[in-house]
Design a protein around this ligand. Sequence first.
Ligand code: NAD
Length: 456
Amino acid sequence: MKITIIGTGYVGLVTGACLAEVGNDVFCLDVDQRKIDILNSGGIPIHEPGLSDIVARNIAAGRLKFSTDVAASVAHGEVQFIAVGTPPDEDGSADLQYVLAAARNIGRHMNGFRVIVDKSTVPVGTADKVRAAIAEELKKRDHNSGFAVVSNPEFLKEGAAVEDFMRPDRIVIGIDEHTPDGQRAHALMKKLYLPFNRNHERTFWMDVRSAEFTKYAANAMLATRISFMNELANLADKVGADIEAVRHGIGSDPRIGYNFLYAGCGYGGSCFPKDVQALERTAREYDQNLLVLQAVEAVNDRQKRILGAKIIERFGQDLSGRHFAIWGLAFKPNTDDMREAPSRVLIEQLVSRGATVAVYDPVAMEEARRVLTLDFESRPELLQRIRFVDTPVNALEAADALAIVTEWKTFRSPDFDRLKSMLRQPVVFDGRNLFEPEIMADAGFEYYGIGRSVKA
Ligand code: NAD
């Protein structure tokens, strides 16, 4: 099938590459010429395991192309995926300007039936706005090709995106099928996703609004589990219980399950923070307050400061003359994504109190440098206090303590003797509970996990 992907970011590039991999002819459009140039010269603008092989293979097979040519992109695909960003607006609602710009472009150039698929995470009711934007452009041209707008939210996880797309837990497709165009869209979507349903049927067909809502409900639920555990972890620290033991104790109940119950230093990324906010905002438009989600957000904002708070409690408010090693900058492992990363909050807490930091991440160094430079644009003297180093060991030199912010596998079994000898004092703040408190104590470390202050 001929497919167009509008927006070649994390979601668009993975979607385009994976749809090409199963034999489709895919045209990826982006407005960012730099991104398209990188892709056309054989590079990949993001870090995502397995992606570069798929992209290279499908470019070579002639099934995947990248361009900034809007008219050509609309002409190419009978199915047009919109996978552009939906960042938070000032009031927390999803900013739909990129989605609607993409929709208008389709309306301006289409010359035959098109299925427009909202893959971006968009608030309930957005399909109606996309439909109206296209209809308005068609009217201006006095053109009346048929079209249908479909919701097909994406559930891939950065760091495992290719695997998630190729073997999804579920595929959610919302179509309002009461028109012939809707029925035609259903047939095309069914054909497109057939290769991903071979082992067993994974598609949930529903109306458009329910599909749009499903994406927000999923992210809100996951964020809730994290904030719930983080709040309990903070209490565990006070009462002298081990949140990891508690996690095992409750996770074994199949109604609860083990996944997504890890306490830590808060969630970040491009999705949970903005989607929780956007859902709250949607609810307010309908005069409803989502009390649980307000608490989820407040708990997370506090949790992102928890490592800094523990460090301040240990070393005092004035951190001048102190130096800290930070392992892990990306918001989670296996990605270079720094959006809303807890590391940014910790770094700000430390350097604004006079400390210097040496920071290391296995893949996010370049992105971290870019993002932190912007964070400290108005306070360049604070940026001077951040040293970017090229190995985890180099970060440790003369540090008063080590803080771990991202649970990269490579941090799990360090050479503890070396760690101890390099730190000025053997203090570890473990924001992801990578280590066992008892083992750390036996090894002579002063160890601070999240919710692990067991009183014997
Ligand atoms: P991204 O910022 O990585 O990519 C978006 C791309 O769209 C950018 O390259 C941008 O230049 C391009 N773009 C903007 N306007 C355009 C236009 N009019 N025409 C063509 N290209 C345009 O964003 P992302 O992380 O891929 O997220 C995209 C959407 O998918 C968001 O709504 C997000 O919430 C959702 N989502 C993201 C993830 C994730 O893990 N990143 C997972 C599921 C859903």
